[in-house]
Ligand binder design. Sequence first.
Ligand code: HEM
Length: 406
Amino acid sequence: MMAVHNRENDETRADLRYGSEIDLFSTASLMDPYADYAALQAIGPLAYMSRYGTWVATRYDAVRLILTDADTFRSGHGIGMNDTLTTAWMDFAPSRDGEDHAPLRLVMMQSVGPKAATAAQPEIERAAAALVDEVVSRLEFDAVTELAQMLPILSIVELLGFPADIETRRNLLHWATDAYNCCGPDGSFAATLPSMQKLYGFVVENMSRHKMRPGSVGALTFEAVDRGTITEEQAVGIMGGYATAGLDTTASGIGGWLMLLAQNPDQWEVLRDDPALIPSAFQEAVRMESPAQWFTRVTSREVAFEDVVIPAGTRIMHSYGAANRDGGKYLDPARYDIRRNPTDHLGFGIGVHTCMGKWLSNIEAHALMRAFVSRVDRIELTGPPVRHLNNLIRSLEHLPMRVHLR
Ligand code: HEM
């Protein structure tokens, strides 16, 4: 395995011109990273976060380049910022390259890709309509815990097909969120490490072949073992990946979307009166409040970003969240404009590791919003949105909301 450059090596190479004291993992930056993103973008295609000895790409073009050249920017050394996470995620699809990755991708495409997601749509629509009906009839509610988190908890876990009562499902969401927190730099995630162990324990005990409902995503995944495409362990890993990647990301995407609509009543009114704009409005929400803010890659060869020359074996953090707010790419990037339809945003990634669940999460979000606009005339916040602090996921803890029904 190629050596990944450590902090000392990188520091000696870092051109002072690109160095920055900005700490994207400080509490202030995690709460509101956009001024820091703009400052890093002003430095160059890459900047050097001296506190962590890590290069970071924040401009749209640089992030897109990293994601679309998987031969140069490898995932196989892990995609987080520390060895604990790298080791724990080693067998998951996001941490694999080339031939080690392709069979997993094929199986995931069959079980949650566009065809499978379309087949699941009627059931997701039904779950979304029932959920929205029940919640909005109470007029005041927490739009994060009662709507945004509930839909993936109800529909995705059902789809995956392993047994889990509602409390277990909530635990899974919580553990998945904490697993993302563990992607951060050393010293920034100790409190949430036990959740990753609990998630792992649950996956090993409950996501085995004989526990999957016939016809479910889980059953399909284990059929790929019978065909010889993947191993039994890889099937368990894929299911664990779905449970991690499929819950909190979508919940965060929907929660952020509801917040943006509540904060921009003019945009809400346009959407309410023209629900055909729902897909564009959701893309714009994922651009603005990208649930996955960053991951990392490691260079397989020396590579130049303008005049910054990065040696082989260097870990580079790439920020989807920053790229999606790059003023060089999007006009007035902090404005929520539901007609923008930014289909080229990087919130679901791009290239060989593009999100496998983007079809499912779009179906979920659209279904929820279709049900919501059909019942609701006006929305208002009854208190400030409460942010959840996480090293990787941008999300809300609470969104107190009042609705006026049609
Ligand atoms: C709004 C919701 C979601 C967002 C914003 C999101 C974001 C992302 C991003 C940025 C990546 C790329 C990682 C990389 O570049 O290394 C990714 C990969 C992935 N996502 Fe999602 N995701 C969402 C929902 C889901 C759902 C619902 C599932 C599963 C049911 C899922 C499963 C996966 C998997 C398996 C990968 C790894 C793909 C690979 O490495 O080949 N995601 N996601």
